[in-house]
Design a protein around this ligand. Structure first.
Ligand code: GDG
Length: 467
């Protein structure tokens, strides 16, 4: 295979553990092919300074970044990506801010990326673009004459056609996907939404092998559920920092069962709903009070987006009132931590917990679910309570699946999870581990790149794009 070029909004140094499994997996292919990773530096600068490409080397891998101007940051990042696409793609039309100016900034930054990336490309490169910030990137690259194979992977869900159609310019967005050779989604549900959208809104015709023809072009589309690096996560679980964390938690909570939630503080993760379900559980089970503690890590995220500060206050107030109403002198039902926990310690926290509450209202996949299961002791594993609206629910059928909007149902599942007999816990865990191992992040990376290699590229002219 030619050199791999990864393009994503933010990049990571694949040599650093803190970067996580995705960076490690992509880093492996980038290393093997002497590849390039291109993205935003994370810096916002004055307009005048914003034109350079910064290049660094991480072993054989080249890391290239550009800065954004304040207007780009406001319109592309805060405005269109996180103020329109993130909420709508997570089914939250109520939180979307369809300011007409944002789309121009979104397009401008995609053009900037294309212009800056183009001179760095080599003829045999295979380009893999990631996520909702960069949907029109291939179209912009094609407009500059890029002929290389380009694949796109959407890490977040794709909503049903009628929700997608609420975005002014939705037809432009989906049309832009046809500039790729391969488009990958997290789940069959997302793929189904794509095919229904292109059939109904773009009058696309299905061609054999998951290919769709519209706008005079053909694109291949498929579901490639992302996984974790199981081997790496198991090593992390056995490493001293995680073991120390495990022992500390076991010691500190020796008389109690732990429930754990680990999420970015994001409204898609269903945190207030989860707290209300836990409160319901405490109300219904007075005899179990003081025997279970929920540790909720909510790592800070996108604090400059206003919907997030509302969420922060709601969550703080819910946790405060649960502790105020149910707490005892020697027991607090909820430990809420609004900080990032070191990655090396997370597996210890997971392993010390009897139950994980992974209850997003909507999620592309949710890797925490897979990490929790992987960190368990197979002889005495914990139980995963998983939202049916996480992409992971398509794969992890042996979790306790819940509807996070159903407070009573989720509260009942918490009770079941805390009381599940050892045999049942083992058998559910074993079945989930099989799936998680088989569809790990290496499978994801290889199967996507193999499908991209197999995709039948066409001469993708640009006139049809009408961008
Ligand atoms: C997007 C999609 C999709 C969380 N808190 C801490 C921490 N984390 C780590 C977890 C996990 C990762 O962050 C979160 O991954 P998720 O998959 O759960 O969710 P998103 O961040 O929303 O990711 C999602 C994913 O992309 C991949 O395609 O699955 O659906 O929304 O690895 O462990 N890590 C550390 N401290 C924390 O406090 N170190």
């Amino acid at each position: 295979m030619g050199r791999l070029v990864v393009v994503s909004n933010r990049i990571a140094d694949p040599r650093k553990t803190a970067a996580g499994g995705l960076a490690v997996a992509l880093g492996e292919v980038l290393n093997n092919t002497g590849g390039l990773w291109f993205g935003w530096s994370g810096k916002v600068v004055d307009d005048a300074e914003s034109d350079d490409v910064h290049v660094q080397h991480a072993g054989p891998v080249k890391l290239a970044t550009v800065d954004l101007s304040k207007a780009d940051y406001d319109e592309f990042y805060l405005g269109y990506s996180n103020g329109v696409l993130w909420p709508v793609f997570h089914y939250r039309l109520d939180l979307a801010d369809f300011d007409a100016g944002y789309i121009a900034g979104y397009r401008r930054v995609n053009q900037l990326f294309a212009r800056k990336l183009m001179p760095l490309l080599e003829p045999d490169d295979v380009i893999w673009v990631h996520d909702y910030h960069l949907i029109p990137l291939a179209a912009e690259l094609r407009a500059l004459g890029c002929k290389q194979r380009i694949g796109f992977f959407l890490h977040i869900p794709l909503p049903p056609p009628l929700l997608l159609a609420a975005i002014p310019g939705h037809d432009w967005l989906i049309r832009a996907l046809f500039a790729y050779d391969l488009v990958g989604f997290q789940s069959n549900a997302d793929l189904d939404h794509f095919s229904r959208y292109v059939e109904t809104e773009a009058h696309a015709q299905p061609v054999e092998d998951g290919r769709w023809r519209a706008f005079g072009r053909t694109v291949q589309a498929g579901a490639f559920p992302i996984g974790i690096d199981v081997a790496e996560f198991m090593q992390l679980t056995a490493a001293p920092e995680a073991v120390e964390m495990y022992e500390r938690m076991k010691d500190e909570y020796s008389r109690r069962k732990l429930l754990v939630g680990v999420d970015r503080l994001d409204y898609s993760k269903g945190l207030p709903q989860r707290m209300r379900a836990f409160r319901e559980f405490l109300e219904r089970n007075p005899e179990l009070r003081s025997s279970a503690t929920l540790i909720q890590i909510a790592s800070p995220s996108r604090e400059d987006v206003s919907a997030y500060s509302d969420l922060l206050h709601e969550l703080e107030s819910l946790c405060g009132s649960i502790n105020g109403n149910f707490g005892e002198l020697d027991w607090m039902p909820v430990r809420y931590i609004h900080r990032t926990v070191a990655r090396a310690r997370l597996p210890g926290l997971y392993r010390a917990s009897r139950v994980a509450l992974v209850t997003p209202l909507r999620d592309g996949m949710n890797l925490v679910a897979k990490e929790f299961v992987t960190a368990q002791d197979p002889e005495d594993p914990g139980v995963l309570v998983l939202s049916r609206f996480a992409g992971a629910a398509e794969q992890l059928r042996e979790a306790l699946l819940v509807n996070p909007y159903d407070r009573e149902g989720t509260a009942a599942a918490i009770g079941l999870a805390l009381h599940m007999p050892l045999e049942e816990r083992r058998s559910r865990h074993g079945a989930m581990m099989k799936t998680i191992r088989r569809f790990d992040v290496h499978w994801w990376c290889e199967s996507f790149l193999e499908a991209l290699r197999q995709a039948q590229p066409e001469e993708k002219g640009t006139s049809w794009l009408r961008l």
